[in-house]
Design a binder for this molecule. Sequence first.
Ligand code: PEP
Ligand code: MG
Length: 562
Amino acid sequence: MSDAQPGTFHGIGVSAGTAVGPLVLVAAAPTPPPDEPATTDAAAAGARVRQVLADVATGLQARAAVADDHARPILEAGAMMAQDPGLVTGIEGQLARGVGITNAVSAAVEEYCAMFESLGGYMAERVTDLRDVRDRAVARLLGQPEPGVPSLSEPSILAAHDLAPAETATLTAETCLGIITAAGGPTSHTAILAAQLGIPAVVQAVGILDVPAGTTVAMDGGVGEITVSPTEEEVALLTERKRRREAALAGGTGKGSTKDGHPVALLANIGTADDARKAAAQPVEGVGLFRTEFLFLDRETMPTVAEQTATYTEVFEAFGDRRVVVRTLDAGADKPLKFADLGAEENPALGRRGLRLGMIRTDILDAQLEALAAAYRATNADVRVMAPMVATQAEATWFAERVRALGLPKVGVMIEVPAAAIRSRGILYHVDFASLGTNDLQQYTMAADRMQGELADLLNPWEPALLDVIALACEGGKAMGKPIGVCGEAGGDPALALVLTGLGVSSLSMAPGKVPAVRTSLAAHTLETCQQMAAAARAAVTAAEAKAAVMAMAEPVLADLQ
Ligand code: PEP
Ligand code: MG
């Protein structure tokens, strides 16, 4: 344990669970200083660069040796790039012209990247690896720690300013005990992926990066509390909280329903075939949201129909006759995909993202639908396909026709744009079901960027205005006799799940690790209580008052589930 100042501080808990362990800091990528001194001794600088690149390669090889099948080839490719004689020649050329050492590395790497990009295909995909090598080399030259998630030699708690989805996706619960970020919001994709991986997480923990690396910290990802250098009593308290939570969760693995038997399907959110295998082993009733873009986050080129078909088949097979709701690519804004990039936009979250992008790049959407249809034919699974970011009836019809033309059995839409919630009745006329994406629905209802942690107060899912919008959407569903589920983060909150049930949603989809708490919570309350809770929450003025009103009406077990 280091001598960091003991103390407790708070962030926002976004993935429940507790952890105690040493803190490992994730360094940000360095920037070559613009005022760097010119190179005067090119030979000496060249020798230094070669040494640094050799060290970067050794580090990447060491990580590759212990990495899984997905990460190993990426790390090995990086190690090879670092040793590429052509790259060294390029850097030496820059140094000979007097360019400062880190700027020389950066400029030579960019030249190399441009060449790789012009070659396309496999070579273009290596650009990310090359830039990673650059960042590592520049950091070493500046005497800073290498950027990105380090390899964890012992189980640790990671602290970062924020993590990119691609970085978070490489973590495993075995070595990463917890994630704490100084930035990020409750519906950021870091938070979503952490919950997906079953790793406790706290965001908006301002000041966490001032805690020295190696310090022991204790964290509670449910309530968002972090204790630096905890005492034995504090660790014991955390352990007791964990025990009560586990005891509360011990009951039942069956289908979701209220105390009086009103069914609410409990479904899993997944992003990869690996997630699917893990989730399928859990007592969930299927998948309520398969975020297909997570399959392709680090890809430079579009995956082929055959490759996609193989992945979707794997996912469908894992779930047998349980439903799998697949969302077509939701690229753009906070989930950029290189092969589906329409160029820079002033306001990407309000731009050509989700289905809007699919309607422009019909080649990408059609290839995905073709692969989904082939996987459906191969498995005869209960496949339901939905579109992200639908705003109008015209979009819903356009999508539904395309999906049905391929023989896919059920088509739906995400309701995550207020226009679609307000006019859900008209939209549901054209499709079989809808799923409320409360993360985006909140961002657009409150006009608050979900990636901007400072706006966390506006992004509290208990916000009564959001509940009103959800209520409107549910009224449309009831009028049309079509099911509406929830697949945003709100659905995984055991207290908010009761409100959503009271508002009329028929399924809740969440990270599989959140299902037991929601099941327990539902089983302890009747539908009538849920409806009364929904009315009380909507009658409140603030998010805090809405939650307090519901907690006051709840059974005691709900407090242990937080
Ligand atoms: C949502 O917006 O609530 C949702 C489920 O989609 P995503 O979080 O992937 O944008
Ligand atoms: Mg969304």
